[in-house]
Design a protein around this ligand. Structure first.
Ligand code: SAM
Ligand code: FES
Length: 358
């Protein structure tokens, strides 16, 4: 059994879905192996209550690794002269969707660096073509910081969801991980704009990013509580050898699972992926993520020829696999722990009515 105070705080978090800053700091500072086991059981029970044994899946299409930004942790930052850059055409993206649809995907996530060679009109055209070709599918964009007007255009073109991790809610920590032209204020403004426009919004952070303290994590939890996103994507920081943070230690499995667990108690209905980064630092990382309260997996649908090039961090898994291999590999992994991949859009419960209207 974990210590009394941890048990009391987790109980309150489960009932009231919020804690004070000091309580969060206490939880992050005093967690241990026993309390993680206790938290995992609670978090999984909450996820089972809302989602049963269904695991939602999203087909991830990494359509460009060009990026105008220079985040200190990221392997596709513009200063990495050794990154082999690529872009997919609209036809290539549609082919990924075609393959994905056959494999049972009903959500496509278009992710990329901030690549200005795709105009807003290009993105609108890509979204429109996917929605026209696959009307029963959801489209998620994850293409970074844009103006409110651009976000609105993409939404009107049919984009359903948007993923933009806040990365860290502590402003000093944010500045340490990013060049001066990127600001935590603007990142937040983007998230609020996306929410207000009507997207299902996802945010998140890297666990164990260099300089992250219990206080930073407490800020993350308070910000997520305030934003109330539909999705929260978290994964361990994994160093990339061509970045200024190459020599820093990566995030741990234990802390990542702890974060997944407390997020599940705070936002019981949220869509929380067991990420590729978690699968990269432990062979059964994604299974462990599900057992700690996650309910989404995001297999890779990108063409094999480009997969290695979307290298955000070292040793990323699934870079040699075909779409079908990842799909079936993950299905097997889920079955073995008593879960199954659902063929559905996998909307947030508050948006399920829309799903029925499609
Ligand atoms: N450009 C878009 C954006 O900024 O949201 C999407 C692409 S960005 C590469 C996707 C996510 O990768 C980031 O939000 C970041 O959290 C994660 N990431 C980047 N480098 C990483 C690293 N070294 N370890 C773990 N995650 C990393
Ligand atoms: Fe890609 Fe297992 S998920 S090979």
């Amino acid at each position: 059994m974990p210590g009394d105070r941890i048990r009391i705080l987790l109980g309150r978090l489960e009932r009231e879905h919020s804690l004070s800053r000091d309580e969060w700091v206490y939880l992050f500072e005093h967690r241990d192996a026993k309390s993680l086991e206790y938290l995992k059981q609670k978090a999984r029970a909450v996820a089972d209550r809302y989602f049963g044994k269904d695991i939602y899946t999203r087909g991830l299409i990494e359509f460009t690794n060009h990026c105008r930004n220079d985040c200190l942790y990221c392997g596709i930052r513009r200063s990495n002269r050794n990154a082999e850059r690529y872009r997919l055409t609209r036809e290539e993206i549609l082919q990924c969707c075609e393959d994905g649809y056959t494999l049972g995907f009903r959500t496509f996530v278009l992710q990329g660096g901030e690549d200005e060679s795709y105009s807003d009109e290009d993105i609108v055209e890509i979204v429109r073509s996917i929605k026209a070709g696959f009307p029963d599918c959801a489209v998620t964009l994850s293409i970074g910081e844009k103006s409110r007007a651009s976000y609105l255009r993409f939404f009107e073109a049919g984009a359903d969801r948007y993923l933009l991790r806040h990365e860290t809610a502590d402003f000093g920590h944010y500045r340490r991980l990013h060049p001066p032209e990127l600001s935590p204020e603007h990142r937040r403004e983007c998230l609020w704009n996306l929410k207000e426009i009507g997207y299902q919004v996802g945010t998140g952070f890297m666990v164990g990013a260099p300089g992250q303290t219990a206080e930073c994590l407490a800020e993350d939890m308070l910000f997520i509580r305030e934003l109330e996103p539909h999705m929260v994507g978290i994964g361990p920081f994994v160093p990339h050898h061509e970045t200024p943070l190459a020599k820093e230690p990566g995030g741990s499995v234990e802390l990542t699972l702890w974060c997944i667990g407390v997020l599940r108690l705070m936002l019981p209905q949220a869509l929380i992926p067991a990420t590729t980064a978690l699968g990269t630092i432990a062979p059964d990382g994604r299974e462990q993520g599900i057992l700690a309260g996650a309910n989404v997996v995001m297999p890779n649908l990108s063409p094999v020829a480009v997969r290695k090039k979307y290298e955000l961090y070292d040793n990323k898994i699934c870079t040699g696999e075909e779409a079908a291999e990842c799909r079936f590999c993950l299905a097997g992994r889920m079955e073995r722990i008593g879960y199954h991949i659902a063929v559905s859009r996998g909307d947030h419960p508050s948006r399920r009515k829309e799903e029925a209207d499609v």
